[in-house]
Design a protein around this ligand. Structure first.
Ligand code: PLP
Length: 395
C-alpha cells in the first residue's frame, strides 16, 4: 500500500462523497448546469466587500519593502493588534496582540490549538451534528473524538449529556456557533452554563479543560440575533475563526486564534501555539492577507443577502412539509430527512437534480444539509424540483 492504512481507510469510508460529486458532474454534463441544483458546498457565492479590493489595489500600487518576507510566526504585530482591538471591544476584556495568532484559516487555527494542548489519547468532545473535519483534526494530533448529541429537535446544547461525557481524559470541547450544519446560535445563557459546567469539571478532574469556540460564521447572523462573545462567558476558552465566510476569502487561508485573557495559563498556551503554528509547517499566515484584513475588522459581506436566501428556502420547504429548525446564522439548513435513511433520500433528490449532503456526513443520520450560499436564481429554479421530490416521499 503506497499510503498509510489509516488514510486509505478514511478515503474509502468517505468514498460516497466522491461518488456524489461525480454524479453531480454527470448530471451537469447531461442536462446542463442550469438544470442541476447544487446545494452541497459551503463556498460563498458572494464577492469580498469593496473595501477589500480597494486595500488590495492600494497595496499593489504601493508595495512595501520586505512585504513578502518571513515574519514572526504569530503574525504582524499591527494585524494582531487590530484583531485584538476588535475582540477587546466585543468582549469588554483586555485582549491585546499577545493573545492573538494569525493562522491559515480556522482549519489551521484548530490544528494549532489541538496540537498545542493534546497529549496522546486525550479526549475532545464534539457536538453532533458537527463539522466533519473535526474528527480528522483531532486524530492528526493523537486525540480521541467523543461525540455528544445536541438536542435532536432544537440542536441546542445538551448540558447534561456534555457533563456525563467528561472524563479525566477530557482535554477540550469544541463548540461551533453559528453552527455548520444547523445554523443555530448558542445564547449567552447556554454558553455561561457550559462555562460553569467546565469549571466544575476542572475542579473535579484537577486538570484544564479547554472550550474551543470555532466561529467562522460569527458575522453572519440574522433577524438581529447577536453572537455572544465567548471570553466573558467561558474562562478556559480559545477562539478560532477566519475571514473565509465574513469577508468571502476562503481560498486565501486567513484567520486567527485568540486566547481568553482571563485564562491563568494564557501566555503559556500562546507560547505553545506560536511554536505549533511554525512546526506544523504553516510558519505564518499569508503575509499579503494579514496586511489587508488588519483594516477590515469591522467589515463583512452583506448578511442580508444570505438572510433573504434563508427566508426563501425556509418558507418554501416548510410550506412543502419539510421539517427543520429555522437557522439564526451561517448559510445552511439542516432539515429532517423524510426517509429514515438519509443517504437514500439524498440519492432520490439527485434523481430530481437536487444535490445535497446526507446528515450522516455530520455524524447525524436522519437529516440532510442544504448550503444556500448560492445564487438566489438557483434556489428559485429548484423549487419545482423540490415540489416533485416532496410529493414522491409523500409529504
Ligand atoms: N469550522 C467550520 C464549522 C466550518 O464550516 C469551516 C469551513 O467550512 C471551517 C471551520 C474551516 O474554515 P476555514 O476556511 O477558515 O479553514
Amino acid at each position: 500500500m503506497a499510503i498509510a492504512n489509516k488514510i486509505a481507510g478514511y478515503i474509502s469510508r468517505s468514498s460516497w462523497i466522491r461518488k456524489m460529486f461525480e454524479e453531480g458532474e454527470r448530471l451537469r454534463q447531461e442536462f446542463g448546469a442550469e438544470h442541476v441544483y447544487d446545494f452541497t458546498l459551503g463556498n460563498p457565492d458572494v464577492e469580498p466587500p469593496e473595501a477589500f479590493h480597494a486595500a488590495l489595489k492600494q497595496l499593489a500600487d504601493n508595495p512595501l519593502p520586505g512585504m513578502h518576507r518571513y515574519m514572526n510566526n504569530a503574525g504582524y504585530p499591527e494585524t494582531r493588534a487590530a484583531v485584538a482591538a476588535k475582540l477587546a471591544t466585543d468582549s469588554g476584556l483586555a485582549v491585546t496582540a499577545e493573545h492573538v495568532i494569525m493562522t491559515c484559516g480556522a482549519g489551521g487555527a484548530l490544528n494549532v490549538v489541538l496540537k498545542t494542548i493534546l497529549n496522546p489519547g486525550e479526549e475532545v468532545i464534539i457536538l453532533a451534528p458537527y463539522f466533519v473535519e473535526y474528527k480528522f483534526y483531532i486524530d492528526n494530533h493523537g486525540g480521541v473524538p467523543v461525540e455528544v448529541w445536541t438536542n435532536r429537535d432544537t440542536f441546542r446544547l445538551d448540558l447534561a449529556a456534555i457533563e456525563a461525557a467528561i472524563t479525566t481524559k477530557t482535554r477540550a470541547i469544541i463548540v461551533n456557533s453559528p453552527n455548520n450544519p444547523t445554523g443555530v446560535i448558542y445564547t449567552a445563557e447556554e454558553l455561561a452554563a457550559l462555562g460553569a459546567l467546565v469549571k466544575n469539571a476542572q475542579s473535579r478532574t484537577g486538570h484544564q479543560v479547554y472550550v474551543i469556540s470555532d466561529e467562522p460564521y460569527a458575522r453572519l447572523s440574522y433577524d438581529g440575533v447577536k453572537v455572544p462573545n465567548i471570553f466573558p462567558l467561558i474562562e478556559s476558552s480559545v477562539m478560532v475563526t477566519s475571514h473565509s465566510k465574513d469577508l468571502a476569502l476562503p481560498g486565501e487561508r486567513i484567520g486567527y486564534l485568540a486566547v481568553n485573557p482571563r485564562m491563568a495559563t494564557a501566555l503559556q498556551f500562546m507560547e505553545g501555539a506560536v511554536f505549533c503554528n511554525r512546526t506544523l509547517g504553516f510558519v505564518n499566515a499569508p503575509a499579503l492577507m494579514q496586511r489587508l484584513v488588519a483594516g477590515l475588522q469591522d467589515a463583512s459581506v452583506d448578511s442580508g443577502a444570505y438572510q433573504a436566501k434563508r427566508d426563501l428556502f425556509y418558507t418554501s420547504l416548510t410550506g412543502l412539509g419539510f421539517s427543520m429548525v429555522k437557522p439564526d446564522g451561517a448559510f445552511y439548513l439542516f432539515p429532517k430527512s423524510p426517509l429514515a435513511d438519509d443517504v437514500e433520500f439524498v440519492k432520490l433528490a439527485q434523481k430530481h437534480h437536487i444535490l445535497l449532503v446526507p446528515g450522516s456526513g455530520f455524524g447525524a443520520p436522519g437529516y440532510f444539509r442544504i448550503a444556500y450560499c448560492v445564487d438566489a436564481g438557483m434556489i428559485e429554479r429548484s423549487l419545482p424540483a423540490w415540489e416533485r421530490l416532496a410529493a414522491e416521499v409523500g409529504l
